[in-house]
Design a binder for this molecule. Structure first.
Ligand code: ZN
Ligand code: ZN
Length: 159
């Protein structure tokens, strides 16, 4: 068995920080509903267990939570794992929160108002990362650049 990479490092290597919103966007795998996901080895379970990345991030920064606690987003960006954007609630809070925010309205309105990324690339339809386009407008040029960096770093780790 190889040495285990700490969860904090595994999270860190898959985060892309979006400065305008302060969101830490997950660059790893996503669930169908758009939440970041990380596979973990869990004692007593065969094979890796897929775990929500924002939940892991919350636990990493604030400590353990109960199984039936929900980790919710203040920023409304599902792939975001910035602990400052996360808060704890139960399932009812989750439903209430979605209604209060008018989820579809708020974030997409903010996003639509943005025309350029932090590096000045135009956020045209062609320059958005497709996986996130309905949840956040992320510049494809900067994104690819960062993915390249991530890959290089990961290559180094594995060498
Ligand atoms: Zn966020
Ligand atoms: Zn850009």
């Amino acid at each position: 068995m190889g040495k285990t990479i700490p969860i904090s490092e595994r999270l860190e290597s898959r985060i892309e920080r979006v400065t305008e919103s302060g969101c830490w966007i997950w660059t790893g795998a996503l669930t169908d509903s758009g939440y970041g996901i990380l596979s973990l080895r869990v004692k007593g379970r065969k094979g890796p267990v897929p775990t929500r990345a924002h939940r892991l991030s919350y636990v990493e920064h604030f400590g353990p939570i109960a199984d039936d606690d929900c980790v919710l987003h203040r920023c409304d960006v599902r792939p975001c794992v910035n602990p400052d954007h996360l808060f704890l609630g139960d399932r009812l809070d989750n439903a209430r929160d979605m209604i209060n925010k008018g989820r579809d309205k708020s974030q997409s309105t903010i996003n639509r108002a943005k025309t350029h990324c932090k590096n000045g690339h135009e956020l045209s339809e062609d320059n958005l990362v497709p996986a996130y386009r309905h949840r956040a407008r992320i510049c494809k040029i900067c994104w690819s650049e960062n993915q390249r960096k991530h890959r290089k770093n990961r290559g180094k780790q594995n060498a």
